[in-house]
Design a protein around this ligand. Sequence first.
Ligand SMILES: C[S@@+](CC[C@H](N)C(=O)[O-])C[C@H]1O[C@@H](n2cnc3c(N)ncnc32)[C@H](O)[C@@H]1O
Length: 405
Amino acid sequence: MSGPLPFGRTPPVERSALTAAFAFDALSRWPYPEAPGLQAHDAADLLLLDTLQAWLDAGHGADATGDGGAVVVLEDRHGALTLPLLAAGHDVRVGQDALAHERSLDANVSRWATPLPGALHRGTLDPALVAGAHAVLLVLPRSLDALEQWAHLVAEHAADDVILLAGGRDKHMTPRQNTVLGRYFQSVVPGRGRSKSRVVTARGPVRGRPAPFPRTAVHALPGVGPVALAAHGATFGGTAVDPGTRLLLEHLGEAATVDRAVDVGCGNGTIAVYLAMLARRGGRAAAVVATDQSADACASTALTVGLNGVADVVEVRRDDALASFPEASEQLLVLNPPFHAGNAVDTRVALRLFEAAARVLRPGGELWCVWNSHLMYRPDLERAVGPTRQVTRDRTFTVTVSTRG
Ligand SMILES: C[S@@+](CC[C@H](N)C(=O)[O-])C[C@H]1O[C@@H](n2cnc3c(N)ncnc32)[C@H](O)[C@@H]1O
């Protein structure tokens, strides 16, 4: 190679052996629901891989990312980035916020029929994950805060010549993502679109910017007064109190007194801290388990419970859809269900949590749930859990309690 490409230039991208030689259709979405028409890869995954190969062919990071070298992959969902790289002999360092995505990638690796000679390393949102990296592939997250958190980590700890390739489907991309990347990189270049997908190349890390997360904010919660909420970048709703959750809390004090309650999908820990503060006042549940599949949400909830002095009452547990809870073990579950799987609106993720709740509740146990009224979850709750009554509703949200039969 005659030298690195100047900022602003990117190599031409074509279909490469990385994607042409890989059986993407053999990847499974498990533990996410499988259905006809749903795939475990998309065109943005293929474009990311072909863009990386174009940079490698242009001589980028030849020592560290050539055959056997390490590539960092962030927010892969089912392994559609990681497995082709492993198959081509690259070592891969993977960082994923969602435990369901970790489980999906692991399942695909363990059942893959052909050799995957590269080595797979797992990491958390931590400098070691990206330290010294020359090439980072990122599936663009839906949240700009999550993107900012990754951009800061890469800019701060990767190699000087790092290329951060951030890819997504056109329908999920906005110029604001480039603005966020532009805070942490001198050069941000959107590539040419292909199959309604695009890759943005960021280079020239800007070091020394303050870490954008965690953040904190104080809110008054119904019945318990001011609480501090903490949030890392990939946490649902940041440091805000979700309006649906606020409506739920206005009525949650009516729930039966129990030994222990579970905050399912705890996010920034609003519900967990509310339950713990009620317990402090001699009210409801004596202990709380706060659980979320998001590593960031668990870290945020741990900060929140610490800030409010209730760490002795709240156990924070990273778990996918209550998988670690025994059958018929719990009396009270509280849920503000998610309605996104990755970037896509997908109500099946809520249905999966209703089924998990049904498995974990004891007979007579209750699932308190708040949902956007237009989603009309009541028949789903009746079917999955048991008799369901409306506790309250406002212009947007409905609060229900479902009793396990
Ligand atoms: C709508 S948010 C509610 C967050 C928080 N409880 C609140 O009220 O602000 C839904 C949460 O469910 C979590 N979640 C999504 N899928 C999950 C799963 N399979 N297992 C556990 N938590 C999950 C998300 O990470 C997110 O934090």
